[in-house]
Design a protein around this ligand. Sequence first.
Ligand SMILES: [Zn+2]
Length: 660
Amino acid sequence: MKPLTSLAMLIFLCAVCEGQQDWWMREPIRWLQTNLRETDAALDPPKFIQTVLDFNANVFLMAMGGISAFYPSQVEYHYVSPSIPKGHDTFGEVLKQAHARGIRVIGRFDFSKARKDAYDAHPEWFFKRANGQPAIYNDTYQACVNGGWYREKAVEILTEALERYDVDGLFFNMFSNPASDYSGQPLGICQCDNCKRLFRARFGRDLPERPDADYQVFLHDATVSMSETIRKLIKSKRPSAALVGTSPDIADIVFSESNTAVKRPLPLWPYASSDNVNRARNTYPQKQAINQCQSFVDFPWRFAMVPQEEIRTRLWQNVANGGPAAFNIHGTLEQADRTALEAARPIFAWLKQNEKYFTGQRSEARVLLLGGGARGFHASEAAYRGMFRLLAEEHIPFGTVDNLDWLGKRDVDLVIASGEVPKELQRFVESGGNLIVASSSAPPFDMGKVVKLWKDPDGAYFRIRDKSLFPSLKNTDVTFLYGDYLEVQAPEVKAKAPLTFIPPSMYGPPELVHVDWKDTDAPGLILKPFGKGTVAWFPWNLGALYYLHSSEAHAGLMRDLIDHLLPHGRQLKANAHPLVEVTLMSQGDRRFVHLVNISGHSQTAYFRAVPMSGIEVQVKGAFRSARAIRAGRDLPVTRAGEYAGFTVPSLRDYELVELR
Ligand SMILES: [Zn+2]
């Protein structure tokens, strides 16, 4: 082949490769949503898009239609904002201006509600409460996902919108039937004729009074089928446009939010963005993850901002876990409280200057945590978060996964489960993987015979018997247990259980405290080999206990057990403060170590992060160069065995180290 021909071939192949990757996986993204009110439809498009440009956003989520259309829609009952200046098309003009300036636009629709004229003409399209009345909120009528507003009008509206506008994606707010309204008032189950008929046809009975398991499936499937209709429509009209949404199986871009709410129980979850992005990118590595950092305190106060350091922390966590920076404000960028915008602005500017680092990142973590809480595997939020925090504080690179799609496709040394354990993991262990389970529910493997479930035993302990397994606990012989404990008889491990149960005993008056302590052989940890790997089971909820009480002994148990089950050592070691998050990512053949300093977080406050210095990091691999991108300097690299080491001289809120 002649040189020119090979070059032509190469260009052709590159074009093909590039064509396989959608824009949201290929391009650096700096995402901004201005959640416009219908009165904002009066905005001046060139001036408005200049403010977006000045913010250094390059993907822009803008109100398009549904409750209020921001363009002159012709679809019957599709309410057009009366604030659109006569003869103008606010959305269309903004889209044109944005595209001319290299900004992609995602149109936002909300089909959850419509106006009175639609309800009066077609009450059967709408949500019907148990008392027969519609669900009205500020003169908008809640639609039912099984009704004609979704099934017919939404399709008609989207067809018009997609044919008219060259959008780069669509986002759908509040999809499906909500459990409560914006004020938190429960709506109950929709009792419309469609819901009644469809539920009876499928389950052979009337709709339940409260959502039961069948109803959850019913509503889920209705939402999925509507989402699939929309997906097909988007892909047929605008094949290169992204579907953005919270249903990760259907969306191209998995959407989540880091937000606060005044009535949400404390403690705050300072890892919110890391959690959302880590989870989405590791569960769906072929999809993009937009985790929008909400600027405001709560829905009733959308013009009052959260602390600036909370904004910064969330944005850095997004990029440190392989997602784009994404920020949300309500209304235009002309805000009554500009602190959140001004906190985010320099971060967006820096990310723009350094955008080549922030695309195509993948997690290099070889430790996986099974996702818990409302999504993923069944585990309490506390149990899941306790493990998440513990791994973050230990600087162990880890990925959170809500599914098992990684099995057989990814190099994984260790899996940690804080609740439900899928049976399929037995194969993973047999072929050489290790598994830690911390739960009072027995995993679905032969781990011994259940003797008894101890419910919340006040005054119970574990004795640490194997000090060689737990070097962190040389000054700790016992640690406390609260929460359920499942006593198991495991004859093969009984004699050498590294941790044993001390049942509840007297804890008052002081003269009698634990004078009746009786040690047992009942294991607090069972280690059992399966094939080439090992299952290590704490038959109690270590994660939940750690989340709520942060016992050093519980952290030590996990730390030492993890090291025991990583016989070839950790991927990354760092002497950083526990409140410095460290992630290990790759981009092509280079590795990134991200450091996010969250030491400014205290209880309900976020202050400036405490500056850190002299952070020594060692990463497995034959790296020859390290460069601190934010500081703009090369770092000397040392070699020790399989590790390459470098020292980050100083860390304020964030640093990115590139390894080659
Ligand atoms: Zn209904």
